[in-house]
Design a protein around this ligand. Structure first.
Ligand SMILES: CC(C)(COP(=O)(O)OP(=O)(O)OC[C@H]1O[C@@H](n2cnc3c(N)ncnc32)[C@H](O)[C@@H]1OP(=O)(O)O)[C@@H](O)C(=O)NCCC(=O)NCCS
Length: 161
């Protein structure tokens, strides 16, 4: 899958590499979250996620600067990519694709057979990102989102050979 390769940063640090978040990344993660979503998670919520053995907070970072983050959870053989966001000034340069690739590696490394995600049906950049990473539309969940109301497209990536 093409996205996996882009998860590795360049040796010179000019492209963000994807790695598990550290506590010192949390302020930047929260800032990116607040710029991306109307109902942002707090630093405490991200810290709680980091502490869970069945979840991950990954960041794309270069030269100490966090450009974006992804969150995942794992239940049995099924992983869920619960969020991806990139700093507004860093979008359109492959950071999202690198984060999705890092998430796929994380899920694969924990024995997941598939990854699910839900995205607003009108979120064209995110849908293009996920389709580019190999996710396929599995269905639409009407009324999945409440604030603002909206439908979710459910995407799946099968990892098993
Ligand atoms: C969705 C998001 C994470 C994409 O991050 P990004 O770093 O810009 O993505 P990339 O640069 O890796 O681009 C990945 C693909 O999406 C496409 N894309 C990016 N921005 C786009 C836009 N505004 N419109 C259409 N397609 C877009 C790119 O062209 C690329 O597709 P391609 O490989 O076919 O050219 C980013 O727009 C974002 O943070 N949005 C707000 C939060 C959000 O909606 N997250 C997803 C729901 S949880």
């Amino acid at each position: 899958m093409s996205g996996c390769g882009s998860a590795k940063g360049r040796a010179d640090g000019s492209e963000p590499g994807v790695r598990p978040a550290r506590r010192t990344d949390l302020a930047a993660v929260v800032e990116i979250e607040a710029a991306a979503f109307p109902d942002p998670w707090s630093a405490r919520s991200f810290a709680d996620l980091m502490a869970r053995p069945d979840a991950a907070l990954l960041v794309a970072a270069a030269a100490g600067e966090v450009a974006g983050y992804a969150t995942l959870t794992l239940r049995g053989a099924e992983a869920e990519l619960t969020s991806v966001a990139v700093s507004p000034g860093r979008r359109g340069r492959g950071v999202g694709a690198a984060l999705v690739g890092g998430g796929v590696e994380w899920a694969r490394g924990r024995g997941a057979g598939r990854i699910l995600l839900a995205v607003r049906t009108g979120n064209a950049p995110a849908i293009r990102l996920y389709e580019g990473a190999g996710f396929r539309l599995a269905g639409v969940h009407p009324g999945y989102y409440e604030d603002p109301p909206g439908d979710a497209a459910i995407f799946v990536l099968e990892l098993a050979d």
